[in-house]
Design a protein around this ligand. Structure first.
Ligand code: ATP
Length: 207
């Protein structure tokens, strides 16, 4: 259960499943959306304490000439090095968590949506009351994500392998939105869930 006096919904799904598309519709309906990826990116901005520690650990090669974190280099290093990955996670996860808590506590809406591709993998699901999974089969993830990112199917498949399997995510989620149909169909589902979460949020705050 989450530690806040506010109803928090985790919005998750694998790469290319349609989380950002769904989040955009939720926002249009007036929902407060916190994007865990954006929080993570901000936590290693130039001059941050976290970036200084990363430079101390990996060396100056991890930043570009302007002192900005070279994300692809960092991804490369941790991709097949589990101890470096763990080091980075131990540094960043508590910082990201604290910032998310701050953002949730500052919200005034009846519920807050925490959009996170790795909600389960990073234990962020422990901060939420319910989870909405945006779900599509792997083949569709590959098609949509490779078209969006102009990358190859193999590159997307490699990323999918690093994420929790779809079947496990379905088991752990409270609600599952099927995003195999049109974006209009997804929009309708978002409308339904926004109403549901608004009601749940109002009841939660009145407890
Ligand atoms: P990531 O985790 O990689 O950020 P995501 O889950 O946020 O991915 P989106 O970026 O929302 O996924 O969607 C992936 C691509 O699929 C986008 O180009 C989006 O426009 C498209 N898309 C999403 N939903 C649909 C749909 N129902 N029909 C067709 N295309 C869709």
């Amino acid at each position: 259960m989450n530690p806040f006096n506010r109803f928090v919904v985790g919005l998750t799904g694998g790469i290319g499943s349609g989380k950002s598309t769904a989040a955009k519709y939720f926002e249009k309906l007036g929902a407060k959306v916190i994007n865990a990826d954006v929080v993570a990116r901000d936590s290693v901005s130039s001059g941050s304490q976290a970036l200084l520690k990363i430079i101390q650990h990996f060396g100056e090669k991890i930043v570009d000439k302007k002192g900005k974190l070279d994300r692809s280099k960092l991804r490369e290093i941790i991709f097949d090095n589990s101890s470096e990955k763990l080091w980075l996670e131990n540094l960043l996860h508590p910082i990201i968590r604290e910032k998310i808590i701050l953002d949730i506590n500052n919200a005034s809406e009846s519920y807050v949506l925490l959009e996170s591709p790795l909600l389960f993998e990073t234990n962020q699901h422990k901060m939420v009351n319910v989870v909405l999974l945006i779900d599509v089969p792997e083949e569709l993830q590959v098609i949509r994500a490779s078209q969006r990112d102009k990358s190859t199917s193999n590159e997307i498949k490699k990323i999918i392998k690093t994420q929790m399997p779809r079947s496990e995510k379905i088991k752990l989620s409270t609600y599952v939105a099927d995003n195999t149909k049109s974006e209009d169909d997804l929009k309708k589902q978002v409308k339904y869930y926004h109403k549901k979460f608004s009601e749940l949020g109002r009841n939660f705050c009145n407890l």
